[in-house]
Design a protein around this ligand. Structure first.
Ligand code: HEC
Length: 408
């Protein structure tokens, strides 16, 4: 009896200790840390707060202004309506989502670790650096890019379901409904002297590094690109998603920097039949629209598919995002040996590498990255549900990222 009791006590102490060791301490009522940085005492500027009061009950999707437009035949008005939706109520509060009075938006957790993790001023995470001449012919240096993304309420609900138990995330909870929207602001450390079309751009101070993974300091970053992604059932026969991007053009008309964002294009499929690595112009693509009226030099992906100024030319928006699954078995970027595997039209609920125990993460790379970082920090939490013999072989050699220093 006594023995039993003490064993139980030991076990419960162990459980408490385990619980403390895996659960991040709640800071100011927040379960998930906003940033991995320590805010300096001398700092008087804004401090990023991860919006994490995810809806507990499936929210109504609300108005979907983009549904007035056909993304295939009216791509520019479609993109503009999504951008307005993202900006509404957010520009006024400097993108402090918790202060938006028009609409609820949420951040994905677990992007705070690693040298590219969320910085403390605006929650930016390190992205692929822009090599010399990538942003402009006059650019001689390499410059780091930093970004922050967020989801509307239907997306926030899904994030909340995945992370309902902060110590045991549930990848099978990912099912984004029609009307889910996610937007991402990308900033560059490149100065105007190197990239002239960045003149009069929107600027933030951020605790950023000038190169990926390098030491961080407070410095000026400039808005370069805005990404949007919409779960749109009209794209269900290809991928279920419409991905689009905007580039800042200081020479464009518009009263504020937000009005000088020019649509680069959108895509709703990967054009699996187009197998050539390069081909221009882009009229051969049936599932990508590229805006012929873009000012700054275009930075397109494989054979002219859509990607943004900071992106890897071997890829495309939907190509990278189609790899989002738990447990990721393939790299985000295409393998040279079999690149067209990354240009299939994977359905919104389908895993890139199907197999027992595999879950599609519905094109969400922030959920994929969050799960990867959580399990890297808590290896003991990783309950292997897949029998090694039944699991498809993993070809994943790199962590999930938008690209790193050696991806070229
Ligand atoms: C090289 C791979 C890659 C390419 C190309 C890429 N992305 Fe992503 N994207 C990522 C990764 C990794 C994340 C998650 C980490 C982050 O937010 O920085 C992400 C995050 C996002 C998010 C936040 C939502 C989420 O959870 O996925 C949006 C929106 C987004 N990307 C849109 C785009 C658009 C639009 C394009 C094309 C213009 C694009 N991406 C091209 C890798 C890529």
């Amino acid at each position: 009896m006594f023995l039993q009791r003490s064993t139980l006590q030991v076990l419960s102490f162990a459980a408490v200790a385990l619980c403390f060791s895996v659960e991040p301490p709640a800071v100011g009522g927040q379960t998930f840390p906003s940033s991995g940085d320590t805010v300096p005492n001398s700092w008087t500027g804004p401090v990023f707060k991860l919006r994490q009061d995810y809806p507990k009950i499936k929210p109504a999707v609300g108005t979907k202004p983009w549904k007035s437009f056909n993304f295939k035949t009216q791509p520019v008005p479609y993109l503009q309506s999504v951008l307005s939706y993202c900006k509404e109520g957010n520009v006024e509060v400097d993108w402090q989502l918790e202060k938006n009075t028009v609409r609820n938006w949420y951040h994905a957790p677990w992007l705070h670790t690693t040298p590219n993790g969320r910085e403390f001023v605006h929650g930016l995470t390190g992205e692929r650096s822009s090599r010399p001449h990538e942003l402009d012919p006059a650019q001689t240096g390499s410059f780091a890019n930093w970004a922050v993304g967020f989801y509307n309420a239907p997306g926030g609900y899904v994030i909340g379901q995945v992370w309902k138990d902060p110590n045991a995330p549930n990848p099978s909870a990912v099912l984004f409904p029609d009307g889910t929207v996610t937007c991402k602001l990308l900033f560059t450390t490149a100065p105007v002297a190197q990239v002239p079309y960045l003149k009069n751009s929107f600027e933030w101070q951020a605790n950023a590094s000038a190169s990926s993974g390098g030491p961080r300091s407070i410095q000026t970053v400039r808005l370069l690109q805005v990404d949007v992604a919409v779960r749109d059932s009209r794209a269900n026969t290809t991928t279920g998603w419409v991905f689009g991007t905007f580039v800042y053009d200081g020479n464009a008309a518009g009263a504020t920097p937000w009005d000088r964002l020019v649509p680069v294009g959108l895509m709703w499929g990967n054009d699996p039949a187009v197998t050539e690595p390069t081909k221009t112009p882009t009229t051969h693509l049936a599932e990508t629209f590229i805006n012929p009226a873009v000012g700054p030099a275009q930075h397109l992906g494989r054979a002219g598919r859509l990607n943004g100024p900071v992106d890897n030319p071997k890829s495309s928006c939907l190509s990278c995002h189609s790899t989002a699954q738990w447990k990721a078995l393939s790299n985000v970027l295409p393998d040279a040996s079999d690149p067209m595997r990354w240009f299939r039209n994977i359905k919104a609920t389908e895993a890139f590498d199907p197999g027992p125990g595999q879950h599609s993460l519905g094109y969400s790379l922030q959920i994929a990255l969050g799960l990867e970082r959580f399990h890297t920090a808590h290896p003991s939490q990783l309950t292997e549900t897949i029998a090694p013999a039944a699991a498809p072989p993993s070809k994943k050699t790199k962590p999930i990222s938008r690209g790193d220093e050696d991806d070229n």
